[in-house]
Design a protein around this ligand. Structure first.
Ligand SMILES: [Zn+2]
Ligand SMILES: [Zn+2]
Length: 253
């Protein structure tokens, strides 16, 4: 088994209890990871010398579409998933319009995710971790609600491509509106278990999830962090009373 797949497997075993109530299809998750790792490996070899990865994601996909590399990847993924894809163009359109319930679009999803992950990896290698106050992934355009709190600051992690950027070096900052005022930002977490938290910005009334335990961030593969952060949803009920009757709150709520 690929070492990245092994890492994911042990992370799932280690932290799936945090998902409380939420379930995860282990076999399917590992199978998809194995396929994506293989696609990424194929692409790394093919694209390394060509500078294609310097382009933005849509242009990369367009280029691959034209030189039939996309077709090659879709064919590999479709064999592994045992799902024939007759019309790649249609499957791609379905994927783009969010119509991913049909199996053909799922195959495309896996392929596009692999390309996006490779692009994210490329950006990080070129520029390191960049500073930006936003919840929209600059690589793939997905909106993320997953933040990590680390000794070097607060970061966002994209659930689709795994790209990571820093929102703030020191104080908690709302990635949606840039609010830094501690009196209108709250983190709701457990009394004993403080590994995950739910953040709420009173200024724009948006909530997002925070992984407060840096050990999780260090041991769990990037793309699985947003999945784990879902465990913070158990604190949602604690926010509601404040939402109904807005007032300042202290940080120990
Ligand atoms: Zn992304
Ligand atoms: Zn805000």
């Amino acid at each position: 088994m690929d070492s990245e797949v092994e890492k994911l497997k042990s992370a799932i075993y280690r932290y799936k209890h945090l998902l409380k109530g939420g379930t995860i299809d282990l076999e399917k998750t590992l199978q998809l990871e194995e396929i994506e790792q293989e696609l990424m490996k194929m692409l790394r070899d093919k694209l390394a010398s060509e500078k294609v990865l310097d382009k933005d994601l849509i242009s990369i996909i367009d280029t691959m579409f034209r030189d039939s590399l996309l077709a090659e990847l879709v064919s590999t993924a479709s064999q592994k998933l045992d799902t024939p894809v007759d019309n790649i163009e249609q499957a791609y359109k379905d994927f783009l319009t969010g119509n991913i319930e049909n199996n053909e679009a799922k195959v495309v999803f896996v392929v596009i995710q692999a390309i996006a992950r490779l692009k994210a990896e490329h950006e990080e290698t070129r520029h390191g971790i960049v500073d930006m106050i936003t919840a929209t992934c600059p690589v793939c355009g997905a909106i993320t609600r997953t933040m990590t709190q680390e000794s070097t600051g607060y970061y966002m992690v994209c659930p689709f491509c795994g790209y990571k950027w820093r929102v703030s070096k020191s104080v908690l900052t709302c990635p949606f509106c840039g609010n830094k005022d501690p009196l209108s930002l709250g983190v709701f977490t457990g009394k004993k278990d403080r590994r995950l938290g739910l953040a709420w910005c009173q200024s724009c009334d948006i909530t997002w999830r925070i992984i407060l335990d840096e050990r999780i961030v260090k041991t769990v593969p990037r793309l699985f962090l947003p999945v784990i952060s879902f465990g913070a949803e158990i604190y949602r009920g604690s926010i509601e009373p404040y939402r109904e009757k807005p007032s300042n709150f202290s940080n120990d709520t």
